[in-house]
Design a protein around this ligand. Structure first.
Ligand code: GLA
Length: 633
């Protein structure tokens, strides 16, 4: 549970409501509590203007890319959202507060009324092409380009108040304009307005923007008012739901892993950025990928981790770097990331269009089970990711992060397949079939990602470990009381400030969160020296929600993980079914053997797994749901 100060609570009634709801975050709810609004049963796919054009975007550039999506057949493969990023706004008109579009850049908006340009003809045109339309705003008064752009050229003009084109103080008005009047279907809500306009901001000092005391600091979670940030984003979500009552919208949060959003976005919106902006550099890809790869349990149908848009088509991912471009695409599909093309499609060579169009890899991203890949093998240079698909097959990616070729021993057990039965695999780039029993040697080139679809004999004949199915698990309370930065996320040498200062520091809060097949801080799951290759690792005082649709049995072996440093406090493990207590262990302490816990869940829709302790320092008390599995289907 994230604590909210009494002062903040008194200041904002809706925050108090959040606090009241979470009075006992471990009490079973009997229902799935993660975000269920919008249309994101699978991750959104489409195109976004930012990587290609930044704020120098215009109607011709957008429409030409949209047309290429249709003409190339990518639309039929699922690329549907055409998202306009920062750079479209001319100013906020006063006193009525209407947002005015840059009609010189988007001529169709002025066709009906030059005084009040409207995006309706523009969205009508995209809709007529079989596409959907996305728009951009910021949660603060000003956008990111207004904070960071080197020139004024493409920024809103006018008085300080007229330049305030962000949502702050205008949530209802702007959201109604975007969704009701203009007909947009998707919004990306950025966050620079909440962090970059303090009194010392150059734009504020230059008299171009009004100061807004920052409530978010990407580099210091302790200087971030998580509750207030979350409250603002919830208010926008509620306004969207009101403006688009048919629910046909996507709500994308863009606060780059700040404000502990990697833990709570799943309760607030459809997609959420887990890191700072991607750039067309290999090191940056690693940062963004790392910010999402261990967060599989925080993504599921309806809410996805977003390591940022595809940068295929530029720099390290251009047509001269097909290995890197293919890796980028394969990894994003394994992560169930939104597949948003960031290239100028007027100029994109066919070789890269073929990367975007690989239907077998798109199918992994769009698989209806919504299981983000989990990490089956992890080292600094080589990772093996495995993802369970809705038909029970597996996707396997072997990712060589490093600069030399790597010899890999892929094992059937890494796929949670039996190692005495054959595994058939299809290479999703070459379409070549291969088969092996027990293990297979593969050589992976530098920066290559081999990606396969695999069929074998499951270790659990009639079910799956929960860690194979993160898409049906929601860490409703993950036990983290003091969010701190995850030190394992790759820190690139290609930082925004060159090599000035001391280099990048850990900045993405969420260290100690729930993990598949790993203890919360990365150790092997282990209780009283017994290791568990399969299971969920989470802190004490946590509650997991698990969707069931026809499995008859839930079972696990539970205990305090050997990685705990609290050897004093006991933990009690309880399993609930649709809100009713089904089974409970006695109090278990560090060093005590794991206890089996098993229940009949034949007619249960929601299983809840609660680990409760009198301890208050949950961070010292990781627990293990070893071999946790749903079986009997
Ligand atoms: C931020 C976002 C980017 C883009 C720009 C626009 O940096 O993270 O994706 O939207 O703002 O200014």
């Amino acid at each position: 549970m994230r604590m909210i100060t009494a002062a903040a609570c008194a200041a904002m009634l809706s925050i108090c409501a959040v606090q009241a709801q979470s009075a006992d975050p471990l009490a079973p709810t009997g229902s799935w509590t993660a975000y269920a609004g919008g249309r994101a049963a699978t991750p959104p796919m489409g195109w976004n203007s930012w990587n290609a054009f930044a704020s120098a975007v215009d109607e011709e550039k957008v429409m030409a890319s949209a047309q290429r999506i249709v003409d190339s057949g990518l639309e039929r493969k699922g690329y549907r959202y055409i998202n306009l990023d920062d750079g479209w706004a001319a100013r906020r008109r006063l006193p009525d507060g209407s947002l005015i579009v840059r009609a010189d850049k988007f001529p169709s908006t002025a066709a009906r009324d030059r005084e009040t340009p409207s995006f309706k003809p523009y969205t009508d045109r995209l809709h007529a092409m079989g596409l959907k339309a996305g728009i951009y705003s910021d949660m603060g008064r000003n956008t990111c380009a207004q904070a960071w752009s080197a020139t004024d050229e493409d920024l809103p003009k006018g008085s300080v108040a007229e330049r305030e084109v962000g949502l702050y103080d205008h949530i209802e008005q702007d959201i109604a304009l975007y969704f009701r009047e203009w007909g947009f279907d998707y919004i990306k809500v950025d966050g620079c307005g909440l962090r970059d306009f303090g009194p010392n901001s150059p734009k504020v000092k230059a008299g171009q923007a009004r100061a807004l005391a920052p409530i978010m600091d990407l580099g210091a979670i302790s200087r971030t008012d998580v509750a207030s940030v979350q409250n603002l984003f919830r208010r926008v979500g509620a306004a969207i739901a009101r403006s688009r009552p048919d629910g046909d919208f996507v709500y994308s949060l863009c606060i780059w892993g700040a404000a502990d959003v990697r833990a709570w976005a799943k309760d607030v919106g459809n997609v959420s950025r887990t890191s700072d902006d991607i750039s067309p550099a290999w090191g940056r890809l690693l940062v963004n990928y790392d910010s999402a790869v261990h967060r599989a349990l925080y993504a599921h149908p309806g809410s996805w981790n977003d390591p940022d848009m595809l940068y295929i088509g530029a720099g390290d991912f251009d047509a001269d770097h097909l290995t890197e471009a293919r890796s980028h695409f394969a990894l994003w599909a394994m992560l169930n990331a939104p597949l948003l093309i960031g290239a100028d499609l007027r100029k994109t060579p066919d070789a890269l269009m073929d990367v975007f169009g690989n239907a077998d890899i798109i199918a992994l991203d769009q698989d209806s089970a919504g299981n983000q890949a989990t990490v089956a093998y992890d080292s600094s240079d080589l990772q093996i990711l495995v993802k369970t698909l809705s038909d029970g097959e597996k996707a396997v990616a072997i990712f060589n992060r490093g600069s030399g070729a790597y010899d890999v021993d892929l094992q059937a057990t890494q796929l949670k397949y039996k190692d005495d039965a054959p595994v058939e695999m299809t290479d999703l780039w070459t379409k070549k079939q291969i088969s092996f029993t027990k293990e297979m040697k593969l050589r992976v080139a530098s920066r290559e990602t081999m990606i396969f679809r695999a069929r074998g004999t499951r270790a659990l004949a009639d079910g799956f470990y929960l860690s194979e199915q993160p898409g049906r698990v929601n860490p409703a309370a993950d036990g983290v009381t003091r969010p701190i930065a995850d030190p394992t996320i790759f820190r690139t040498a290609a930082g925004w400030g060159g090599t000035r200062g001391a280099g990048d520091r850990p900045q993405y809060a969420g260290w100690g969160g729930a993990r598949a097949d790993s203890a919360p801080y990365g150790q092997t799951l282990q209780v009283a020296r017994q290791t568990y290759p399969s299971g969920i690792g989470i802190l004490a005082n946590s509650r997991l929600e698990v969707r069931n649709d026809g499995y008859r049995r839930f079972a696990a072996k539970v205990g305090v993980d050997d990685s705990a440093t609290d050897k004093i406090h006991a933990v009690t493990f309880t399993v609930y079914g649709d809100g009713r207590r089904l089974a409970e262990t006695g109090p278990l302490k560090w060093g005590m053997p794991a206890q089996p816990i098993g229940v009949d869940v034949a007619h249960i829709k929601l299983v809840e797994l609660v680990a409760r302790s009198a301890a208050t320092n949950n961070e010292a008390l990781p627990v293990t749901w070893g071999e946790a599995a749903l079986t009997g289907r």
